[in-house]
Design a protein around this ligand. Structure first.
Ligand code: GLC
Length: 479
């Protein structure tokens, strides 16, 4: 089977969030399952940071011109191979030589160009996949172009499409004045992308793809409701009723996130010999400028500072939690100004109990995952969530709200039969969260029970093996 993954980011090359983790590990897992008789490739844009860090391994294999309406744009195709998976990088400095991956005024045009380039790449390198697996709104147009502009061509006719929604909140919404001039679509394609009076690229891909997936089964159910759908529930209910929507929970790269081998943590440890975690905790306390006291539990959060991540709950009760309990709170992440401001002030109020690092830093995040005792993720919505799984790999016990992938991956701890792999609460309510945090703190005081829980947590299987098989089943169905 031949599969081409298209996305706007992939680890280790470029990353702003969970999408990059998935695109940097699912293809390898699928390749491993399918073995020799498969050809698995990935395509992402060439951002300047990739050129800087990976220039030695990248090879320029083709230079073509990509047409986007009246524009004729240069398109360099670079390539590298990792674990048997070929990665292509689309080079055009006008579109991608920017400081940030997203957030430019012309993102619509940038990713329309990228999507055209994905389709043209197939001809340029003579690789017509059986499945084009596109991800999120930035690659939505590749599915739309394939169905609406290329399907009449013999070579493209046999390509099936899977479109994965990693977060329904980001849809690629534009005014109709861009239909022809920027998106290079025709007037008769208007109804394909139209939603609520605007161009909605995500909706277009939902309609045009053979199958739509999202990243957990709970989220696949949740987005049928108005509360979670960001306005798309009508169309999603339609496709769900006809069996075109599935939920497959993400895995993580368990070799990369491995407390037994990770070069970035202070000391290695495992479920059976957890002693090294104490050293990691001391390392984190030093990093945060705390006095070393291993008896005080540390709650960590590593997250984009966006309101849907549940930080309004944290804001509501964190002072109360800190004042009432012997606990420390550490946070790593960047995002909305209001939240950054709140957390800096929280740190100023409790400098010996709270440490806030406003950074997106993968290496530092490992020290947070490994050094903390509990990991807080009270998301309002969470399509899958990876941090709860990553934290678990380092024996840090997740405290999550039961939504999306959090509900699918974390089962509540039961102190009587000592089952479960975390602490959970159901309603989006600050005091519900607070009570669960306080329950977790009280369990932490019972060292033998806690040690057993940590063992459950590390031993939970978050590898791709089960989900990669499910993806392969889907690919086979649509092919
Ligand atoms: C998005 C979602 C997150 C998910 C990730 C990978 O970032 O918000 O929940 O884990 O995509 O699918």
């Amino acid at each position: 089977m031949k599969i081409l993954y298209a996305a706007s980011e992939a680890l280790p090359f470029a990353s702003t969030g969970g999408l990059a983790d998935v695109v940097g590990s699912l293809p390898q897992a699928v390749k491993k399952e399918l073995g020799r008789n498969s050809d698995v490739r990935v395509v992402i844009p060439l951002y300047p940071s990739i050129r800087e860090k990976f220039s030695e391994e990248l090879e320029l294999i083709k230079e073509i011109t990509v047409k986007l309406c009246w524009r004729n744009q240069y398109c360099g195709i670079l390539k590298t191979v990792r674990d048997g998976v070929t990665f292509y990088f689309i080079d055009n400095e006008y579109y991608f030589n920017r400081k940030f991956l997203y957030g430019s005024f012309d993102d619509g045009e940038r990713f329309a160009f990228f999507c055209k380039a994905i389709i043209e790449l197939m001809a340029a390198v003579n690789f017509y996949p059986d499945v084009l697996h596109a991800n999120d709104w930035q690659t939505a147009l590749s599915v739309i172009y394939l169905k609406k502009k290329y399907a009449h061509l013999e070579e493209y006719r046999g390509i099936s499409t899977l479109f994965t929604i990693h977060n329904i909140g980001y849809q690629g919404i534009y005014g109709f004045e861009l239909l022809k001039d920027i998106f290079d679509l025709d007037e008769w394609d208007r109804s394909v992308v139209e939603y609520n009076g605007c161009i909605n690229l995500l909706k277009g891909a939902i309609v045009c793809s053979d199958l739509v997936s999202t990243v957990s089964s709970t989220y696949a159910r949740e987005i049928l409701t108005e509360y979670y759908s960001s306005g798309l529930h009508h169309i999603l209910r339609d496709i769900s009723a006809s069996g075109k929507l599935v939920g497959i929970v993400n895995g993580i790269d368990v070799d990369y996130y491995n407390s037994e081998t990770d070069p970035e943590i202070a000391e290695h440890f495992s479920a059976d010999s957890p002693e090294g975690k104490v050293k990691c905790k001391e390392d984190l306390q030093e990093l945060c400028g705390f006095e070393i006291d291993n008896e005080i539990p540390i709650i960590a959060s590593v997250s984009r500072l966006a309101s849907h991540k549940g930080f309004d709950l944290v804001r509501h009760v964190m002072d109360e939690i800190i004042e009432k309990n012997k606990v420390r709170f550490v946070l790593l992440g960047t995002g909305e100004f209001e939240l950054e401001d709140y957390f800096v002030k929280l740190q100023n109020r409790y400098p010996d109990r709270v440490c806030i690092k406003l950074e997106y830093n993968k290496a530092l995040s490992k020290k947070f995952y490994a050094g903390a005792d509990m990991f807080l993720m009270p998301s309002k919505s969470e399509p899958c969530g990876l941090a709860q799984m990553i934290a678990s790999r380092y024996g840090t016990v997740p405290i999550v709200r039961e939504t999306g992938g959090l509900a699918d991956t974390i089962k509540p701890y039961n102190e009587y039969d000592e089952t479960g792999n975390g602490f959970t609460f159901c309603n989006y309510n600050a005091h519900d969260m607070m009570h669960v945090i306080e329950y977790a703190i009280s369990m932490y005081c019972d060292q033998s029970k806690w040690a057993h829980l940590v063992k459950n947590v590390i031993n939970t299987d978050f590898s791709w093996s089960v989900s990669a098989k499910k993806y392969i089943e889907i690919y086979e169905t649509i092919v």
